[in-house]
Design a protein around this ligand. Structure first.
Ligand SMILES: C[S@@+](CC[C@H](N)C(=O)[O-])C[C@H]1O[C@@H](n2cnc3c(N)ncnc32)[C@H](O)[C@@H]1O
Length: 219
C-alpha cells in the first residue's frame, strides 16, 4: 500500500485517501527509518552522537552551494528562514555573502545548543517543531534543506511557510533523491507550486534536487 501511495497517490484526493495516509504515517512511525518524521529525542540522539558531522564535508558541498547560489542571486542580502537548520551548515556557507537576518529553526535542542556561539544581532537559532511553529515576521528566502520530508505533512507545512514570504520572496526546497517518499513529495511540490527553476547535483550514486518556488511570479 505504501509503495502505491507514494508512486501515484501522494498529495492527491482519492476515495479513502485519509485512511491510506493514516496507515502510511502509522507504519512509518513504527519503523522510524529513512526520510520520515521522527521524534525530537531521536534527532537529539543523532546529533549527540555526531551522526550528521559528515554534512560539513567536501562531498556535501555542491548541494549547499546551489541553495546559497539561488538565494543570494535572487534575494541578495535578504532575510533567510532556514527550516530544519540542523547544526547550521547552510548558515556557515551563506554568512560570507551577507544577510539582513538569518533565523534557523530545528526540532533538535541538541543541534540548536551547538549553535550558541554563532548567534549575533542578525543571526538566531531556535528549537521548534516546524510542523507546528511558524515564526513571526517576513523573510525573503525560506529554505527547506533536506528537512521537508521529515515533517508530518510536508505540503501543508510548505503552504504555511509560503505565507511568511516578503513580496517577491522565494522558497528553496532541496531534497536527497533516495526514496519514493522524497520523489513523491517533490512531484507534488512541482504540481502545486510555481517552480521557476531547479537543479540536480550528483555525488557518486547520490543525487539532490533543489527547487526554487517563486509564488509571486508565474512559472
Ligand atoms: C538531514 S538533517 C538536515 C539538516 C540541515 N538542513 C542541513 O542540511 O545541514 C534534517 C533536519 O531536520 C530537522 N527536523 C526534523 N523534523 C523536524 C521538525 N518537525 N521541525 C523542525 N526541524 C525538524 C532535524 O532535526 C534535522 O536537523
Amino acid at each position: 500500500m505504501r509503495t502505491g501511495y507514494y508512486t501515484v497517490g501522494y498529495g492527491r484526493r482519492f476515495p479513502g485517501h485519509a485512511r491510506v495516509e493514516r496507515f502510511v504515517r502509522e507504519f512509518e512511525a513504527r519503523e522510524a527509518k529513512g526520510d520520515t518524521p521522527k521524534e525530537q529525542a531521536a534527532w537529539d540522539a543523532q546529533y549527540a552522537q555526531g551522526e550528521w558531522d559528515h554534512l560539513t564535508g567536501l562531498k556535501e558541498l555542491a548541494h549547499y552551494a546551489v541553495i546559497v547560489g539561488y538565494g543570494t542571486f535572487l534575494r541578495p542580502g535578504g532575510s533567510v528562514l532556514d527550516v530544519g537548520c540542523g547544526e547550521g551548515v547552510l548558515q556557515a556557507r551563506w554568512a560570507p555573502h551577507g544577510y539582513e537576518r538569518y533565523l534557523g529553526l530545528d526540532i533538535s535542542e541538541v543541534a540548536v545548543r551547538k549553535l550558541a556561539g554563532r548567534v549575533d544581532e542578525r543571526t538566531e537559532f531556535r528549537a521548534a517543531d516546524a510542523d507546528e511553529h511558524v515564526p513571526d515576521g517576513k523573510f525573503d528566502v525560506v529554505v527547506f534543506n533536506e528537512s521537508l520530508y521529515y515533517l508530518n505533512d510536508p505540503l501543508a507545512a510548505l503552504g504555511r511557510y509560503t505565507e511568511v514570504l516578503n513580496p517577491d520572496g522565494v522558497v528553496i526546497v532541496s531534497m536527497f533523491q533516495g526514496s519514493r517518499r522524497s520523489r513523491a513529495i517533490l512531484g507534488a511540490v512541482r504540481r502545486e507550486h510555481r517552480v521557476v527553476d531547479s537543479t540536480r547535483t550528483t555525488q557518486g550514486a547520490t543525487s539532490w534536487d533543489c527547487l526554487v518556488i517563486r509564488p509571486s511570479q508565474p512559472a
